[in-house]
Design a protein around this ligand. Structure first.
Ligand code: P70
Length: 439
């Protein structure tokens, strides 16, 4: 625990950017659920079974078997984490002038698509941009928007449709099976592939089980597999669902794309049977994937997130509704209506929450959205959010109570909060390293 005086010093040194705090300065760390979950006894035991042969590690073949069984994809290319896989698939599939439609952007995914010469086009339903909409599947694609992109640019300009399960930037919102089936039908008519960002696929499957008609009797594992079967390949950050500290992969059904990816991975990540991971990391991941699709685990994991969401909702704090799966997202526009978006309300709110209690959250608003590639202006997203991200199997319900109390405390004192000014801005993914000063 820290004192207010400690925290005042720390946040100034961090330039009001929670990414720049040291973890020892943090009491409850809700920056991310990425690589921060607790590994199980079995995963830790798996670390001891690491086969650190340079080539052909037995852990790689175990991982490959698990991915075949639970996700169904034909080929596996291991990478050090999700963005390693995004880099490879973007470079292989996207050409200059292509467009990539997707269910809302994700920061690293979009940047890799742009660096490969593509332009990302958001085709998510309008409800996803509205924090108050109670539609249960705000990760759904608007099929008219997709059809429009196809009609405007032509199918040959669309290397793939980029589908995330769940949609992080929308508040961890799931996509429905019905919608995914419709996307498959439409893309099949034009021979367009679907590449799946499956970072939180098991959480998405759980929401389908709970909320979509006809899936109550299917297990999370069965629904997860059914989702993957509707797509042609996937990028995975195993640091989330699969509960490892580091790791990821690209999975693909097409033999030619696999061939290219396997060739490329040796340039950027490592040999095609480890891709930047140690053997032990692959073992822990293989075990974590099996644990991630356990129904009871998912019930506890998402249940804890919803416990926090209900508390905040009952206290009248503006949050994205309905609650998603990996965290609760505060609506900074409604929380701090007097702070204009170019004074970074979400960045401000994350800093204030840290000052109040040492709880570290993450900005997901105008800072994360970066600048328009052509005009150089800030992108002003409809959603200006602070993410309270819950690591898996780490915190107790009592921690959730402390978090809720602190958010409520900041909410009561919100009128005294002023915005920020950016004083240092990196060129890429600026939210990680940008620095601010109080206005
Ligand atoms: C987070 C993390 C990572 C992520 C993701 C989705 C839906 C791909 C990735 C990349 C870490 C993060 C990343 C960028 C900005 C802030 C935080 N999300 N797709 O906290 O995977 O990190 O393994 O390269 O959520 O949400 P990786």
């Amino acid at each position: 625990m820290t004192t207010l005086k400690d925290r005042e010093k720390a946040i100034i040194e961090a330039g009001y950017n929670t990414f720049l705090l040291r973890s020892r300065e943090v009491y409850i760390d809700l920056l991310t659920d990425s690589g921060t979950s607790a590994m199980s006894d079995r995963q830790w035991a798996g670390l001891m079974m690491g086969d650190e042969a340079y080539a052909g590690s037995r852990n790689f073949y175990h991982l490959e078997d698990v991915i075949h069984k639970y996700y169904g994809y034909k080929h596996l290319v291991p990478t050090h984490q999700g963005r390693g896989a995004e880099h490879i698939i973007s470079q292989i599939m996207i050409k200059d002038g292509d467009v990539v439609p997707g269910n809302m952007y994700f920061t690293t995914t979009k940047l890799h698509q742009e660096m490969a010469g593509g332009k990302f086009i958001d085709i998510i339903i309008d409800a996803a941009h509205d924090p108050e909409s109670l539609y249960p599947f705000k990760g759904d694609v608007d099929l008219n928007k997709l059809q429009n992109v196809i009609d405007t640019y032509g199918a040959e300009k669309i290397p793939y449709v980029s589908i995330a399960t769940t949609v992080n930037m929308a508040g961890g919102q799931p996509i429905s099976m019905k919608n995914l089936k419709e996307i498959r039908e439409l893309t099949d008519n034009y021979g367009i592939k679907i590449i799946h960002d499956m970072t939180r696929v098991a959480e998405n499957a759980f929401m389908i089980q709970q909320k979509e008609e006809g899936y109550r009797d299917m297990s999370v594992a069965e629904i997860t597999r059914a989702i993957c079967d509707l797509t042609d390949g996937a990028t995975m950050s195993a640091k989330k669902d699969a509960m490892v500290n580091i790791g990821g992969f690209l999975a693909i059904n097409d033999d030619d794309i696999f061939d290219e990816a396997r060739n490329m991975v040796v340039i950027f990540e490592g040999l095609h049977t480890y891709g930047g991971m140690a053997g032990r990391d692959m073992e822990a991941m293989a075990i974590g994937i099996v644990e991630s699709v356990d129904d009871e685990h998912m019930k506890a994991r998402v249940g804890q997130v919803h416990y926090l969401g209900n508390k905040l909702h009952e206290a009248g704090v503006p949050i994205v509704k309905p609650a998603g799966t990996h965290g609760i997202f505060l609506d900074a526009k409604k929380f701090l209506p007097h702070v204009p978006q170019d004074s970074f309300p979400a960045q401000t709110l994350a800093a204030e929450l840290y000052l109040d209690s040492g709880v570290r959250a993450m900005e997901r608003g105008v800072v994360s959205a970066g600048r328009n590639k052509e005009t150089g202006e800030h992108n002003y997203p409809a959603l200006e959010l602070v993410r309270l991200t819950i690591p898996r199997r780490v915190y107790t319900q009592a921690h959730m109570d402390v978090i809720a109390e602190s958010v409520e405390n900041v909410f009561v004192n919100r009128d005294n909060i002023k915005g920020l000014k950016m004083i240092y801005e990196p060129k890429y993914l600026r939210f990680f390293q940008a620095r601010f000063e109080k206005l």
